[in-house]
Design a protein around this ligand. Sequence first.
Ligand code: BGC
Length: 754
Amino acid sequence: MALHKTCIATLIGTAMLASGAAGASANDSARPWMNSALTPDQRAELVVKAMTQGEKFRLIRVDFGNTDNGHVMAPGALGSAGYGPAIARLDLPALQESDAGLGVAKPHKLGATALPSGLATAASFDPAIAYAGGAMIGGEAHRRGFNVMLAGGVDLVRDPRNGRNFEYAGEDPLLAGVIAGNAIAGIQSRHVVSTIKHYALNDLETDRTTVSANIDRAAARESDLLAFEIAIATGRPGSVMCSYNRINTVYACEDGWLLNDVLKHDWHYPGFVMSDWGAVHSGAKAALAGLDQESAGETFDKEVYFDRPLRAAVASGEVPQARLDDMARRILRSLFAAGVLDHPATQSPIDFAADRKVAQRAEEAGAVLLRNHDALLPITAAQSVAVIGSHADKGVLTGGGSSAVQSPQGNAVPGLPPTAWPGPRIYQPSAPLTAIRQRAHGTVSYASGEDIAAAAKLATQAKVAVVFVHQWAAESFDRPLLALSGNQDALVEAVAKANPHTIVVLENNGPVAMPWLDRVGAVLEAWYPGAAGGDAIARLLYGEVAPAGRLPVTWPRDESQLPRPTIPGAGLAAIGLPPQGQPAQEIDYNIEGADVGYRWYQRQHLEPLFPFGYGLTYTHFAYSGFAPHAKGGKLTASFTVTNRGKRTGVDVPQLYVTLPGSKVRRLAGWCRVSLAPGQSAQLTVTADPRLLVNFDGKGQRWLRPAGDYQLQLGHSATSFEGEGKVELTATSWAADVSPAGTPQRCTAGRAANQ
Ligand code: BGC
């Protein structure tokens, strides 16, 4: 019978070849893994069976994909981060890998659409915004010929000075996990494998390749690892990128607890672990710990550990053949699961105008209005405006390093330091000044801000002054202080003195010191605003769209409030911030442990400048009828939210829970709702079960303690309107069982107008 079927298949194949409909069926019999009715696991298994040892060893390492660092680029590479040649005999496509989570970063000269910072997307508290952004950049990657995106940054913000915060999704594991997971799902919807990175605890950049992030393992499971766990469950990324740093003295890419025990065993992760670029220090040891693919070892590692050294280890039996097969299988499985072979990435035109709108919507949803004294904002069209500073006449700033995306129109402000890594410093050509001019009927003037007196004089001649200030941050270094660089504080002070209607727009990596805060009328946190940042900022300032973002990070008053007030060795000489002191070889994350961000502030009785979850808009909301429920271990809270102001706006009511015996609250769920003036909505938030448990290190299990769970409905992590208690019984789950049910964070009941 089987023989008969084979014969028919061969015949059909021959007939199709003869009739000119070449390929597919003939290939199907010779390449049974191309049968898309099979599961990704079955397809991967079939390929592994057909592979030679040499082909397996080729698959488990990729080369650097461009000409930086004196690397000779392979002919098939596309000029980006990573390249693994096609295996033609098996019809396996080349692996074409590009950074990163905010857009297709390379090659710079071709350009791509830049999303705003990851923190802007996180500030939207909107999974749909994250998914749309992911789908947009995944689509561009696919049309550039890339099939792997090095995206999904989800390291928690433990310090606002970390140089890569703009690539991440904030300080809260639930918010970060949901946002990064949706961004990953969006990327993979375009048949591009997404990574999630940097696994794990790469929460500072200073001396990142050797520093040891020290933390109690249970605390890690409840904080940084929880963000990864939630994002992986949400987005199912094909790959996890292990990070540069050590964890409790062990390199992340050779940490068997991190890779084998937690990721692959406890979380049942079926995809592959790739290394960061230059994060591999061994062959057999790393492979046995769970690393599946070495990235650009020929350029960044001491040697290509997954070539000669690993071949020897497999030949000697130190690394079992089954482990090598598992490495290949995991890579292939992820390619099949994302549809990389069924929907090959091919170079084709990109609709940049449409993609720019996606970036614009993300910025509009994620900019956070921090202050709006006397309803200075929105600006009215009749008002004259003095626009000042930060090259607002040319564009908006982008964070630096491997994730930096340059527009297809090029860098709007070329030549700023540093021009070498982690530069160039890139501006998106979306000028706020132009967008403001398009809206204002009165005079709009501009001053660069270099001459403070001239800027202040200009401000006296206008009804409102909009001062743009910036803070450039990048991969590979941390900023030593929260202060803005150069004379920007003096500029704001002078302009505010000259004009009581001064609005400050921040283009930055995150929280900065604002010594002038009380003397300005309004402050808009625009993060790094992305490809259409100028338009988005103008639309927000003029009220064409209301600010909707809520802070995904706590904003400290000053460095003394942080768990580690100093970062020895932080800085970058090329931008006038020479590193001070010797970098520490160990970072003590046990200081705050799992109490990252707002939990730290509560535990220490510290009042931040702005709390997590905080953000204003052009209206205000009230909550009523708060009613918590517990049924079958499921914890929900229902309430009514009403728009009490005169404009339509978005609210983000947040549900916080304090576990029995705990002193700190956790974000357990939220809603995001747009309401017209006077309109109400009845909402129900379900607490995510993964936030109702503690990790018991001794028993290696999740424990939900018995007792009263205090629930609070927050406008932010410190301002509540509605609270209550419910009782839950004790339950436990083994470490390899997630307490998660089907997360359904927010459901809406009746909406009503008053
Ligand atoms: C970064 C990664 C990036 C890789 C490839 C590394 O320096 O840490 O995030 O994906 O380079 O460019």
